[in-house]
Each structure stands twice: as C-alpha cells, then as structure tokens.
Design a binder for this molecule. Structure first.
Ligand code: ARG
Length: 472
C-alpha cells in the first residue's frame, strides 16, 4: 500500500492503519463532545506560537480564522468527519489545515495530543461540573421551598423520624427535608474544590517532556482561565486525578440522590402514604391499570450503581499505568461524560418530582403521634426530677413493655404510675412530642426554624463560589 498522508504517522508507518485497529482505538465516537474545548485550547496555543515567533501574525490570523470557521461548522452541526479522523483532535487539525493550508499545518508545532487532550478534558470538566453544581443548587432550592410550604416552626408538618426504619422520635418535616439539603451542599462544595484543583493548564507539556521550541505555558494558561500552568510535564500529561475526583464527587452525589429516591419510594406507597406524586412525575403500568409508580425515585436510586461503577472503572484503569501518557487514558472520557450526563438528568427529574409532590399532613402526623415515639420524653421528664437516665430508661421501658403486652394505652399506664402521673402523661398528647426537640440543631420547631437562616447562608456561599468559578 502507498503512503497514506491522511494519517498522522504516515511518514513512519506508510502502510496505514488496519481497519480493525481503527475500529478498536478510535475515540471519535465519544470524544467529539470535546470539540468546543479543543478549539479553545487550539486558540490559546496559536496565540502562544505567535508570541514565540513560531507563527507570523499573518499565519496566526489565518489559523484563528480557520478555527472560527470550524467552530461555526460544529455549532451548526455541519462539520464533516472523514474516515481517517481518529479523534476530535485530529479531525479539527485536519479541517484547519484544509482551510488555512500551510499555516494550518503549523498548528501542532510544540504540541502533542497528550497535552492537547489533557487541556481539552480539563476545560470540559470545569464547565460541566459547574452545570452539575448548578443543578444541585436547584434541588436544594426545591427542598427549601418544600420545607417552607411544610412550615419550619410551630404549626409546621411533623412526621416520625426513623432509626433502623423503626419509628424513633417525631421530627419537623422541614428539618427532615433540610437534612438532604445539607448533604447536597457538601456535594456542591466538593465539586467546587475539584474544579479549583483541576484548574491547572497542561498545555506546553508536549508529549511528555516539553519542547526545544521557545513556548511559554504561563500566558496560554492565563488566557484559558487556568489558575496556573503545570510545573512538571510528565505529571501534566498523565494526571487524571481531576477525572477520578469528578467521578467520586458524582458517585457520592448519586448515593445521596439514591437515598432521597428510596425515601420517596417508601413515602408514596399505600403503606406509608406520606406523599403523593404529581401525575406528570408518575408512571403507569402496561398491564396493571391501577398503578401509579415512582419511577423517577427508583431510577435516582438505581443510577447510583452505574455512577459508582464509572468511578471504580477509571481507578482500575489508572492503577497500573507507568508515567507518562498511555493510551489507556483514553478510557477516562466515557465514564466522565456518562456520569455527568446521568446525574444532570437525575437532578432535574428529582427536582421536578419533589417540587410538584404533595405531602399528606394527616398521615405523617398520625404516624408521629404514636405515643411510643414520646417514650424518651418520659425518661427525660424523670431526668429533670433528678432520676439517673439509665434508671429512667428502664422505668419507661417497663411501661412500654406492659403497654404492648396488655394493649393498655401507654398514657393510661403513665397517668396511673407512682413514678409519673397525669403531668407526664400529657407529654404523650398529639403534637407534643415534636415540640420537645428543643436542643440546638434538633428536629423540633424551634431549632428547625433557627436552622433555616444557616441553610440559606450556606446556599449563598455555594452560589458565590459558583459565580467565581463561572468567571474563569
Ligand atoms: N484520543 C486520545 C485520548 O483520548 C488522544 C491522545 C492520543 N495520544 C496518543 N499518543 N496516541 O487519550
């Protein structure tokens, strides 16, 4: 076979690649998503080549114009790939050279696809993680709005809080919803920290060791909004910590969404009946005409397996790699794109589901008014009278035992007990239990209301972090 100039390495390997090799190694089917970021990196690189005197200003201008054309083609969906385009980077360079001729053929001076792909992927990650944190804050806002509807303070909806999924103590619904908001705010914070750490430019590291040509990575880094340029070329082209961190952040976020999902699956059952989903966020059955299912909640739970799998897959790929670039690293993209895509969809669907759902105050409160959920309050009533907690616990435990074995209402037993009496029995009246949770950060109306301000302040901090990162 004659030398095939359509391939990057046709000088060294004139025969050209086998079809099977291309089918197995090409990344174009998935890395085409990087087009925007590859062009951003190439623009910065051209400017750097011009500053270094490696391109004349006419040549640089010709390449910049070609990059604008290519950008326009991608934006319009009219970019045409050809068979030898192995990945998005070769496709864009090929097209720039078609448009700008010899000037275009200078674009890859002092650059390797190794620093090029690392640069594009960092830019992609920065931008898309911001989208994830944006969606997280929408879900947080949704939870705050639901909590506002439920009421944080006196008169707000309350429900049983559970441990081991057994009724434990009554809690304000707003407090319960806010618990999820706090974990989501940690997710947003983690993502922002990941973006900060990822925000270092690898451009100028070349294939692995830099170059003999007089380029300066610092101004190109600045131009792309990176905090700094790399310090070590080997690290720059082989580091995928930022992908692993992004996948971990999303996996943990996915675990949080899964726990929210599980709760809604339970809450919307006939058995719990704590909440009803809007029809638009419910699914029916192909066979059972009566069904109204919570598929959004179930998939929010189900997707977490895949998000954890994406993290584990990448870590496994990375663990045996010698410095510096290895083709294995190409396996970083699909899990990253998939995790970002899936979690953005999950966040949107869950936000919609929660925003449109209705809580059943009666069902929740009736379950929480089970007198047994106030057993601890009885023990604490004795503690206030000077009885050691361990003795108080045993006394109440014995009354509960009598109540469940004889069926006598706990309030009657308490009222008749020489250790307690009618004053203590009043603690078991409906709605009293939740009001007893008065300690700071606790689940009663007082501390719940106090928490609202702290929560909104934390949302404000997350939004400001986001604005700062968006300005890059
Ligand atoms: N498609 C490759 C990747 O995603 C780009 C870098 C290729 N570098 C190389 N030396 N073959 O990692």
């Amino acid at each position: 076979m004659a030398s095939d100039p359509g391939h990057l390495w046709h000088g060294r390997l004139p025969t050209g690649p086998a079809e099977e090799l291309m089918a197995f190694t090409a990344s174009l089917p998935f890395d085409r998503h990087l087009w925007h970021d590859d062009i951003t990196g190439s623009r910065a690189h051209v400017n750097g080549l011009e500053r270094a005197g490696l391109l004349t200003s006419d040549e640089a201008e010709a390449v910049r114009r070609a990059l604008d054309v290519v950008h326009g083609e991608f934006a319009a969906g009219s970019f045409v790939f050809v068979g030898s385009d192995e990945d998005i980077h070769t496709a864009i360079e090929r097209r720039v050279t078609e448009i700008a001729g010899d000037a275009g053929a200078k674009l890859h001076t002092a650059r390797s696809r190794n620093d090029q792909v690392a640069t594009a992927l960092r830019l992609w990650t920065r931008r898309n993680l911001l989208e994830v944190s944006d969606r997280i804050l929408v879900l947080v806002d949704t939870l705050v709005a639901s909590a506002d509807d439920a009421g944080w303070g006196e008169g707000g909806i309350y429900l049983p809080g559970y441990t081991h999924l057994q009724r434990a103590q009554p809690v304000q619904l707003a407090h319960h919803l806010a618990a999820h908001a706090w974990s989501l705010l940690r997710d947003a914070d983690r993502i922002h920290a990941t973006i900060e750490r990822a925000n270092v430019s690898p451009l100028g590291a070349g294939a692995l060791a830099g170059t003999s040509l007089p380029i300066d990575p610092a101004p190109t880094a600045r131009e792309m909004g990176f905090r700094a340029a790399f310090a070590n070329s080997l690290d720059a082209v082989s580091d995928r910590d930022f992908v692993a961190e992004a996948l971990f952040d999303i996996a943990l976020l996915g675990v949080h969404l899964s726990r929210i999902g599980e709760e809604w699956v339970l809450w919307t059952t006939e058995e719990f009946g704590f909440a009803r989903l809007d029809d638009a966020f419910s699914t029916g059955s192909s066979m059972l005409p009566q069904k109204k299912n919570a598929d959004v909640a179930e998939l929010a739970r189900g997707k977490s397996g895949r998000l954890i799998g994406n993290l584990t897959g990448l870590l496994t790929t990375l663990k045996g790699l010698p410095l510096a670039y290895n083709r294995d690293l190409q396996e970083d993209k699909e899990p990253l794109f998939d995790s970002v895509n899936q979690v953005v969809l999950a966040l949107g669907a869950l936000s919609g589901m929660i925003a449109t759902a209705k809580f059943d105050r009666q069902r929740m409160q009736a379950a929480a008014d089970d007198p047994l959920t106030s057993a601890t309050d009885l023990a604490e009533w004795l503690v206030r009278k000077g009885v050691p907690f361990r003795r108080a616990h045993a006394l109440v435990g014995a009354l509960v035992q009598q109540c469940v074995s004889t069926g006598t209402p706990l309030a009657d037993l308490v009222a008749a007990s020489p250790d307690f009496g009618p004053q203590a029995a009043a603690l078991l009246a409906p709605g009293v239990g939740v009001s007893m949770r008065t300690s700071p950060g606790g689940a009663g109306p007082g501390p719940s209301l106090g928490q609202r301000e702290k929560l909104l302040a934390a949302v404000g901090v997350a939004r400001r972090e986001q604005e700062d990162l968006r300005a890059l």
